[in-house]
Design a binder for this molecule. Structure first.
Ligand SMILES: C[S@@+](CC[C@H](N)C(=O)[O-])C[C@H]1O[C@@H](n2cnc3c(N)ncnc32)[C@H](O)[C@@H]1O
Length: 171
């Protein structure tokens, strides 16, 4: 089974938090200690420079996938002191389907971000399984299906960005 460990900073409303819901269904583990994120895991970070791509599949398979569940404000302030950001990855353009940020580009919930990354690296059933935990979840995949499919065919992060820019430029 895919190892998913989410760093959680207890800044959210637990009733609305997508990470807590996934944990309750035993689909992810939550840690409050940043150092417990597995070394070499791919960390989804909206402040990262490099886009996630199929090239990350091996690391995700071997070491796991992670997200940083904190407030968006904290993330923007760069209040995290990461030793290294070499495994931190940004997601390409996708639209949120969660009720808090519905329709907004790139501001995904932790669950949507994890699902998108799994889809992009080719773990499509696992991506759908995460979204099946939410009433609105399957809509995230259908809303973004054409883009997710195109991203999943890209070989590396450069091609991911090309697919994204072609889509945005062609709008
Ligand atoms: C800031 S937290 C907010 C979580 C929200 N409270 C929830 O219930 O899901 C969302 C996390 O999802 C991941 N994420 C969301 N959008 C992303 C993007 N465009 N690129 C990379 N990671 C993203 C990151 O790990 C980010 O820190």
């Amino acid at each position: 089974m895919m190892k998913i460990v989410i760093y959680h900073s207890n800044e959210c409303d637990p009733k609305r938090c997508t990470s807590i819901k996934l944990q309750k269904q035993n689909k992810v583990a939550i840690t409050h200690n940043m150092r417990k994120i597995p070394y070499n895991a791919i960390v989804l970070d909206a402040e990262a420079d490099k886009a996630v791509s199929r090239e990350d599949r091996e690391k995700i398979t071997k070491y796991g996938l992670s997200a940083l569940d904190c407030s968006w404000k904290k993330l923007k302030k760069s209040s995290f002191n990461f030793k290294s950001k070499k495994n931190h990855r940004l997601l390409p353009f996708l639209v949120a389907a969660n009720p808090v940020n519905y329709g907004k580009p790139c501001i995904l919930s932790s669950a949507e971000a994890l699902s998108a990354a799994l889809y992009i690296v080719g773990y499509k059933d696992e991506a759908r399984d995460l979204m099946n935990s939410f009433k609105w979840g399957p809509h995230f995949i259908t809303l973004n299906e054409n883009l997710l499919e195109a991203y999943s065919e890209a070989k590396n992060s450069t091609e991911i960005v090309e697919v994204q820019n072609e889509f945005l430029g062609g709008k």
